[in-house]
Design a protein around this ligand. Structure first.
Ligand SMILES: NC(=O)c1ccc[n+]([C@@H]2O[C@H](COP(=O)([O-])OP(=O)(O)OC[C@H]3O[C@@H](n4cnc5c(N)ncnc54)[C@H](O)[C@@H]3O)[C@@H](O)[C@H]2O)c1
Length: 438
């Protein structure tokens, strides 16, 4: 057996802080509370319900992931965060309208105690939003300091041994990497000079990483995905990952397209359209925020299908993604896909997918898994980009010389093999000759 990594035990409380306490964050927090109270099951969470095979198929070793790697217990989690609105988590759940009212009422005593801290926010970066619960600061560096103080105070007030930060805030406008993002020195100067290329999500990421705290980004904006913050993460020993939770339509895309490619079925066109009516939908109604999301959603197919290797099958693929803000649906999004495929001798076929999904129901277990796995990574001394957590994201962050893996099943294998590697177990290659070579 290979040697296991030295992983510090998950002792004491783990604070989970989310910048942004809207639909996803409140559904996550209420969900964990419901599970802790024995009212519901953690469906959709790999860390809570998934098993992992170890060794040969004949050995029958398939423990639960949470019994295999040393994760924080759900009973040890403490929640907090920031928002531009003052709603506590009970009120936020009510407004989001994701969970059933009876459940929210039952959890009211715990949820109403969780109140957001005042946010670092600038309406320039999220055009459709404005709120009163915002920090006043003269410079971005002062705002970063204020966030670091918030984290320290939260940690003390709640007796937390460790903390992780997961961005569940709105999608910011599209920003390109620029000079200020290239090194920690230029970034820190940019914070002092109030450089407009430093968005609020980058200030949160900076504050967390400066404290050596793991940071994940659930939205498509750059946030920690810049060389300056990668440098900082490595310097302070903080693991990072992102971007954009893989839920809904893109989840379906990364489940279906690897299957078509495996069977060498061609694709001419993939038209995706959505209606959704939550606050996220409203923010994405702004063309600048939509552009950030569109980039993230469009990248997936090209990378899975590799048209440069398969020009006859995917060289002419027309891929279109639309998001339409439609208030009557609230968080209950409907996503349609029309897929024009072709088979043997080029004969055309069509596939239609109509996914009546619940966005935050799909996202909440990802927040839980990311909090627990990033905390594990931190205790295992893994710093910087954690590509094995690509499984959870639409736009996985990778170093500049690599292309991201979007195929959900490759991502799953990578994640599980990383857990086996951490614990000194053999990698599973699925070759399987050992069962036949006697
Ligand atoms: N729900 C999903 O399935 C899903 C999937 C992928 C990505 N996302 C992304 O996750 C994020 C959260 O989604 P949601 O449905 O909870 O949206 P939401 O609008 O309900 O919640 C976002 C919250 O962030 C707050 N916010 C915005 N800027 C902030 C800042 N600078 N500091 C603190 N708070 C801030 C807003 O006030 C709002 O309450 C969005 O960016 C969304 O695009 C969601």
């Amino acid at each position: 057996m290979a040697e296991a990594l030295r992983i510090k035990p998950a002792k004491g409380k783990l604070g989970v802080l989310t910048p942004g306490m809207g639909a996803v964050s409140s559904t996550f927090i209420a969900g964990v509370e419901a599970i802790r109270h024995g009212l519901r099951l953690p469906i959709g969470s790999l860390t809570q319900m998934g098993h992992i095979r170890l060794g040969k198929r004949t050995e029958g070793r398939q423990p639960l992931v949470r019994n295999f790697v040393p994760l924080a217990e759900l009973s040890e989690l403490v929640f907090g965060g920031w928002d531009i609105f003052e709603d506590n988590v009970y009120e936020s759940c009510q407004k989001a309208g994701v969970l059933d009212r009876y459940l929210i009422e039952e959890l009211k005593p715990v949820l109403e105690k969780i109140e957001p801290m005042s946010a670092v926010f600038d309406n320039y970066y999220v055009k459709k939003l404005d709120g009163p619960h915002v920090k006043k600061g003269t410079s971005k560096i002062a705002l970063a300091e204020a966030l670091r103080e918030d984290i320290t105070n939260f940690r003390k007030a709640n007796g937390c041994d460790r903390v992780v930060l997961i961005w569940c805030g709105s999608t910011e406008i599209y920003l390109k990497r620029s000079d200020v993002h290239q090194s920690l020195a230029t970034f820190e100067k940019g914070l002092t000079d109030n450089d407009p290329d430093i968005a609020p999500s980058m200030i949160y990421a900076y504050a967390a990483l400066k404290e050596g705290i793991p940071y994940a980004n659930g939205a498509p904006n750059l946030s920690a995905d810049i060389p300056a913050l990668d440098e900082l993460a490595k310097q302070t020993g903080a693991p990072t990952c992102g971007k954009d939770f893989k839920t809904g339509q893109t989840l379906m895309k990364t489940i279906l397209s690897p299957g078509f490619k495996a069977r060498l079925l061609g694709i001419n066109g993939w038209f995706s359209t959505n209606i959704l009516g939550n606050r996220d939908g409203e923010v994405l109604d702004d063309p600048e925020s939509f552009k950030t999301k569109e980039e993230s959603k469009l990248g997936v197919l090209g990378s899975i299908l590799q048209p440069e290797l398969y020009p006859d099958l995917y060289g002419n693929l027309f891929h279109k993604v639309r998001i339409n803000y439609y208030p009557p649906r609230g968080d209950n999004k409907e996503g349609w896909d029309n897929i024009d495929i072709f088979g043997w001798l080029g004969m055309p076929m069509q596939i239609k997918v109509d996914f009546l999904c619940r966005d935050s129901i799909l996202a909440a277990p990802l927040v839980l898994d990311l909090a627990l796995l990033l905390d594990l990574a931190k205790r295992a001394n893994l710093a910087g980009i954690q590509e094995w957590l690509s499984f959870y994201f639409k736009s996985p962050v990778v170093p500049p010389e690599l292309y991201p893996e979007h195929d959900l099943f490759i991502q799953q294998t990578k994640l599980k093999n990383t857990l086996r590697w951490m614990m000194g177990e053999e990698q599973i290659t699925h070759l399987g000759r050992e069962y036949y070579d006697h």
